[in-house]
Design a protein around this ligand. Structure first.
Ligand code: NOJ
Length: 566
């Protein structure tokens, strides 16, 4: 990837709109797998900078980059050794600053990932804690506890990690004898911080300021519901009261976000806080989005739903209802760096997503998956609120089933090799149809994770000039989303087009109207008279929406589809 050239034909948005985040399209960059600027086979910030024209042409309002900090990469960078420096594989602090400012010139804001629940076990605080005595001030920034049993050889609690297996690791005292245990909800390389400690709070606020002052528009908050812990570290009861679980979604976690919101709001252009909030209960989820807390959170409920009209309709309804009282925008997410790519998932027999059931060798009909992923793109881009798009989904990349020997993800190892882990959605992007890494790196260089042999068919080069490609569909959808006032506001009304069709209207008679129809049934559905097709996920013949297809329609007569439903 070479010289930075921001597309001069599209004037940069002035970026003065402080409410931009309410209707933004946000593109997630996994920097190691996006574009390699320095030719070492690993993606980097130079690669992102050189690709800004691509992102600009795609039509996104912001990028969110997964952690870019110094890290031993035990968990893809979610094990941060230094929150103020950039991993040398990715570049330098100067590169980060250049990226933030060039992106802004291109009309694209930058959101970075903040990882507050845990640090890397190589972080200076943890090294200090290990070198210090049990009960010392240095250890109180973490969760050190003596083991149970006579010789302390039993874990303090039997809590199970989201990454499977134990959440405690025993340390050795400075004299070499077995000592206390420390808590890590993820890998042993990610010790949990004690958010009851004032240093932890002060340090994170300083880190937020450090990046806010450098121009980032906001932060995505990793594991946002896990920070507060019951200091007694009790064993998990089977039915904890809401807000009283030992470490998930405790009531006191909200204090942290209130103070961050005040900090974010103190900037002339207020900064935006995005929560990684995995919670099944809509009201508990929405509590994070109260007006003095986070601006928005990822809609994982929607993301995990199967490709089925009733399930998606219910999720949309639950989402809109939960967000209304707090006034926060809903978000629409089809995937991210942790989950199976939509093209693969929607082509399977089981189309919902769950971490626990990930396995090697699950068959997928990729043509079917691609049709559905195209329809899902139009569905999500038409819903009111914020659209998240994970890199490569705009190219329709499938999940890659990697050979176990190249997998780096701890979820794979900690499952005893049963779970393929998350590297399959992190395979470096194909930019050109040919070449040693399909244009991800300079020719002759291979990408850090192996790319499938036919990756070039999905490349930007192969799709850019093809009006029927997934890339062209995303470009068209994002352009309309930007230019159509009907899609910018919050107006939304369900239309009745039968149980297998998701049909809704956006906009109003003043702002103009757009209707979206998604056919999840097995028979084609006629496009109602009095409508013009603005965009379709498939070639429209006989004026019909095909099974697993979606259309955006402009009503050109006063006739609605069949009337509004409650
Ligand atoms: C959520 C992140 O998205 C995931 O990639 C990471 O492994 C865990 N949090 C732990 O930080």
């Amino acid at each position: 990837m070479s010289a930075v050239a921001v597309n001069p034909t599209r004037p940069s948005a002035p970026l003065r709109d402080t409410g931009w985040w309410r209707h933004a399209a946000i593109y997630q960059v996994y920097p190691r797998s996006f574009a390699d600027g320095n030719g070492d086979g690993v993606g980097d910030l130079a690669g992102v900078r050189a690709s800004l024209p691509y992102l600009q042409e795609l039509g996104v309002d912001a990028i969110w980059l997964t952690p870019w900090y110094a890290s031993p990469l035990v968990d893809g960078g979610y094990d941060v050794a230094d929150y103020r420096s950039i991993h040398p594989d990715l570049g330098t602090l100067d590169d980060a600053e250049a990226l933030i400012s060039e992106a802004r010139q291109a009309g694209i804001r930058t959101i970075i990932d903040l990882v507050p629940n845990h640090v890397s076990s190589t972080h200076p605080w943890f090294a200090e804690a290990l070198a210090a005595e049990p009960g010392s001030a240095a250890r109180s920034r973490f969760w050190f506890r003596p083991g149970r049993g006579e010789d302390g050889s039993l874990r303090p609690t039997a809590w199970i990690s989201d990454f499977r297996g134990e959440t405690w690791t025993r340390t050795r005292n400075p004299d070499g004898r077995p000592g206390e245990w420390y808590l890590h909800l993820f890998t042993p390389g990610q010790p949990d911080l004690n958010w009851g400690h004032p240093d932890v709070r002060a340090e994170h606020e300083a880190v937020l300021r450090f990046w806010f002052d450098r121009g980032v528009a906001g932060v995505r908050i990793d594991s946002a519901v896990l920070l507060a812990k019951d200091p007694e570290l009790p064993e998990l009861s089977s039915t904890p009261e809401p807000g009283r679980h030992p470490y998930v979604d405790r009531d006191d976690v909200h204090d942290i976000y209130r103070s961050w919101r005040a900090l974010a709001d103190s900037y002339t252009e207020p900064k935006v806080l995005v929560g990684e909030v995995w919670l099944p209960e809509p009201a508990r989820f929405a509590a994070y989005l109260r007006s003095d807390e986070l601006h928005m959170a990822f809609n994982f409920d929607f993301m995990a739903r199967p490709w089925a009209a009733a399930a998606l309709r219910e999720s949309i309804e639950v989402t809109l209802t939960a967000h209304r009282p707090v006034g926060a925008p809903p978000t629409w997410v089809l995937s991210n760096h942790d989950v199976t790519r939509p093209v693969t998932r929607y082509g399977r027999e089981e189309t919902s997503f769950a971490f626990a059931t990930k396995r090697f060798g699950v068959a997928s009909d990729l043509d079917l998956g691609r049709r559905r992923a195209r329809a899902a793109a139009l569905l999500t881009a038409a819903l009111p609120g914020v659209l998240y798009l994970y890199q490569g989904d705009e190219l329709g990349l499938p999940e890659v089933e990697l050979p176990p020997e190249v997998i780096t993800d701890p979820m794979h190892f900690r499952s005893g090799g049963v779970d393929p882990g998350r590297d399959g959605c992190r395979v470096p992007l194909p930019w050109t149809a040919n070449g040693s890494s399909f244009g991800f790196a300079p020719d002759g260089v291979r990408a850090w994770l192996p790319q499938p042999r036919d990756w070039g068919r999905c490349s930007v080069e192969a799709q850019a000039g093809d009006p029927s490609s997934m890339l062209s569909l995303y470009r068209a959808a994002l352009a309309l989303r930007r230019s159509e006032p009907a899609l910018a506001g919050t107006d939304f009304a369900w239309l009745d087009a039968g149980p297998d069709v998701l049909a809704f209207r956006r906009g109003s008679s003043d702002a103009g109207e757009i209707e979206c129809l998604v056919n999840l049934g097995e028979e084609p559905v006629p496009i109602p008279p009095g409508h013009r097709v603005l965009l379709a996920s498939h070639t429209v013949t006989d004026n019909k929406v095909e099974p697993d297809g979606a259309v955006w329609l402009r009503p050109i007569t006063a006739e609605p589809i069949t009337g509004e439903t409650e």
